[in-house]
Design a protein around this ligand. Sequence first.
Ligand code: HEC
Length: 173
Amino acid sequence: MRRLGNAALGAAILIFGIAAVWPRQEAPPVYGVKLPKDYRDWKLISVAHEAGRNNDIRAILGNDIAVKAFREGKRPFPDGAVIVRLAWQYQSSSRNDTVFPAPQSFVAGEPTNVQVSVKDSKRYAASGGWGYGQFEKGMANQDAALTRSCFACHAKLEALEAKADLVFTVYSE
Ligand code: HEC
């Protein structure tokens, strides 16, 4: 009896444990966008640096569909295009600076977050055809307000540059 109780308790803890952890790792709310497994192997579209509060350095990568569209200047992006934006703390490197005549070297420090934009014109029709998600340390950020803020801001590009299809990044040759 006691044995069975312990086993049942163990199973309950396991099930609740999995239930608590599982959705956090999978997808952020609102769009259900997942972190693509092989995104770190994708091709480089461009880089960016944000000063101010973010103070980071970024790389923007795309899957084959996205990179092809960038290279051919195809807009709107076709369904299946996925763009990821990686960011790291923007760090001065005293180690690298020892070989330079003046302090000048900045490198990628700790990763901050990965943002993902997925094009699916039917599924995400209500947000310009794009689904968005943010990930930290491989875990999906579950903040719905944050996830909604993506489209709210990217949509502002529509008025400035309708042809950009809500994507700010320009391909760097
Ligand atoms: C306040 C405005 C703003 C918000 C909010 C915002 N973005 Fe962006 N995003 C930008 C700008 C501007 C760029 C290009 C410059 C840069 O990366 O610094 C960008 C770049 C990107 C890129 C690279 C492709 C592109 O569109 O240029 C992705 C992917 C991206 N954002 C996804 C997201 C996701 C996901 C969220 C929400 C979790 C989000 N963004 C929230 C303004 C915003």
